[in-house]
Design a binder for this molecule. Structure first.
Ligand SMILES: Cc1cc2nc3c(=O)[nH]c(=O)nc-3n(C[C@H](O)[C@H](O)[C@H](O)COP(=O)(O)OP(=O)(O)OC[C@H]3O[C@@H](n4cnc5c(N)ncnc54)[C@H](O)[C@@H]3O)c2cc1C
Ligand code: FES
Length: 280
């Protein structure tokens, strides 16, 4: 794969400016960025970019804002290591480099008219948020929409104000759970792992599609619950994460069986990858 994606090269980062930084939890910050060339990112929900920070290196991040939102785009970044901790120390106005968008994204067009069940765990809500807000801005194009979100405890919830807004909307059902809740924290939602919410969803296997993103441990148990609902394998889309380098299918770093996650994913149809040993 050579040359350009839109007007940007796949190898040369495009300069971008940090417009704002919002703390979501003590581990995650939401970065609003704008390309210095004035172009919009022109991404699909579920795609990712490679972000380059001079002096520290490059790392892939899902685009968390919907393409229906004009201008700047958003990344939700958890501080875990060298690049991400350095990003958390940035201030407004500082410059980074952006390559992409890369990957296939969610099949937003072919899912039109269908019922959607979003299942997000922890930071997995970041890419799902792009698709959920896309659906909300084109509500007439999609059927019944349900969002299930789970994280370890109430302090680790990301996009809290948006989750509260979604719960108020008639356009979708949003149910949250936490694995456990410390006694000194107020929490009126559910307690228990996210798979406990799935039996409560009224799901028509013919018209429903599940869109899943979360920590690796979650997928196997979510698939088991969806089996109990008789949801066909090809009605399940999973966004997977692997360590990456090039982001464009050249280095083999992100390989799962015959697939490169950066090029063939990160979104996979479960029917295609269920027999790949390392996929889930
Ligand atoms: C397609 C894709 C989308 C992603 N989207 C997001 C996102 O929206 N927000 C976000 O915060 N992160 C996201 N990540 C993960 C992010 O890329 C890593 O956290 C980042 O590369 C870590 O870089 P670092 O230099 O800070 O950490 P390092 O110093 O390189 O590593 C710190 C620790 O994290 C582990 N680690 C690093 N990368 C990964 C990984 N990909 N999977 C598992 N463990 C890893 C290392 O083994 C090490 O233990 C995504 C990754 C991929 C592949
Ligand atoms: S990161 Fe190089 S092939 Fe996927």
């Amino acid at each position: 794969m050579k040359g350009k994606i839109h007007n940007r090269t796949v190898f040369e980062p495009e300069k971008a400016t940090v417009l704002s930084i919002r703390e979501l939890t003590n581990q995650e910050k939401l970065f609003e960025l704008e390309l210095d060339n004035g172009e919009s990112l022109d991404h699909k929900p579920g795609q990712f970019i490679e972000l380059y920070l001079p002096g520290y290196g490059e790392a892939p991040f899902s685009i968390s804002s919907s393409p229906t939102k004009d201008g700047p785009f958003e990344l939700c970044i958890r501080a875990v290591g060298r690049v991400t901790n350095a990003l958390h120390r940035l201030d407004r106005g500082e410059k980074v480099g952006i390559r992409g968008p890369f990957g296939n994204g969610f099949p937003v067009e072919s899912l039109k008219g269908q019922d959607l069940l979003f299942i997000g765990g922890g930071l997995g809500l970041a890419p799902l948020r792009s698709f959920i807000n896309y659906v909300l801005s084109k509500k007439e194009d999609y059927g019944v929409t349900t969002v299930l979100y789970g994280c370890k405890n109430p302090l680790q919830r990301i996009f809290t104000s948006e989750l509260e807004r979604w719960k108020e909307l008639k356009a979708l059902d949003c149910i949250e759970t936490v694995d456990r809740c410390p006694v000194d924290i107020d929490w009126e939602g559910e307690v228990g792992v996210i798979t406990k919410l799935i039996p409560r969803v009224d799901l028509d296997p013919e018209t429903s599609y599940a869109i899943v993103c979360g920590p690796p441990v979650m997928y196997k148990f979510v698939m088991q619950e969806l089996d109990k609902k008789n949801l066909p394998d090809d009605h399940r889309f999973l966004s997977l994460e692997r360590r990456m380098r090039c982001g464009i299918g050249e280095c083999g770093h992100c390989q799962i069986g015959e697939y490169y996650v950066c090029r063939d994913g990160p979104v996979f149809n479960y029917a295609d990858i269920k027999d790949e040993e390392e996929a889930i």
